[in-house]
Design a protein. Sequence first.
Length: 274
Amino acid sequence: MKARQAVTPKAQIKGLMRFSYLSENGFAKSKDDLHEMRQMLYDEARLERRFRLFERLAFHTMALQDDTDFSCAVLIGECFPDKWRVRLENIVHDFKPMQIVALPPMVHIQAVKAAYHALPDDPSATHIATFRQDDDDAMHRETTARIRAVGDAMLQVRQDDKPFIIAFNRGLYFDPSAQEPLSEWYERAPLGIGLAMVTPKGDHATVFRRNHRNLVEYYDCYTEIAKPMWIRSVHEDNDSTATPQGRAGTLRQRGIKRNLWDGFGMTPEMLEGL
C-alpha cells in the first residue's frame, strides 16, 4: 500500500476594500439612520474627496503590487450614485485583480463575507488569506508578496490549523495639516492596512471578524517592522480616530522621501491637494 502524499499548503489571496458602502452598522462615529447615512456618504463634495484619495493612494498602490496573483473586491452599495459608479468602473476597468461588488444595505460582517465570496476561488488552494485595505490609504508594493511568502511559510511550521494573522506595524502617517505632512510610526497593535488573516479553505472567518486592534488577543499574530509598509491618511472624513498608537520612528524627511518612492511609487508632490 502506497503512503499517502502530504498536500503542500497553498494560500489564495483575497482582498476587500470598502468604498462608501452603506451598511446597517459598522460606522465608528455615526449613529444616524440609513437615510441620513446615505446622504452623508453620497454627498458630492465628500465623494470627490474620497475619489482623490482612492486614486492617488489606495488604487495607485494596489495596481503597483509586485505580486498580482490576487483578487480584490471593491464593496459599494447598490444605491451608489450612477455617475460616481461609472467613474469607479473606469478607474478599475483595466486592473484585472480588482472587481466591483455592489450589495444592498446589510449587517457589516455579512456584507464582508458576501463580498469575499463573490471573488473567484482557486481550486488548488488549501487556505485563504483575506486581507483588508481602506479606500483612503496606501500599502507598500510588496504587501501581497509578503502575505504570500509569510503565509505559505507559516503554514509549513504551524502545529494546528487555526486562523492566524499577518500584520505590518510600521508605516507613515500622512496629515496635510501638519508642519511635516509625512511622519514615521511603529504601531503597538495591528493596523488595518494590508492586514491579513489566513484560514483553512472552508472556514468562513475573515480578517474583519474582530476589530483589527484587538486581533492579537484572539489569534496568533506575525508582525513585521522591517520597513514602512503603509501610508495612513488623516483627514476630515476619517470614520475612526486616525491617531498613532505606538512610538514615533526615526526616519528623517530624506529617508521618508526615499521610502515613499521605493515602496509606494510616489513623490511628496503627488500627495499635494489631498
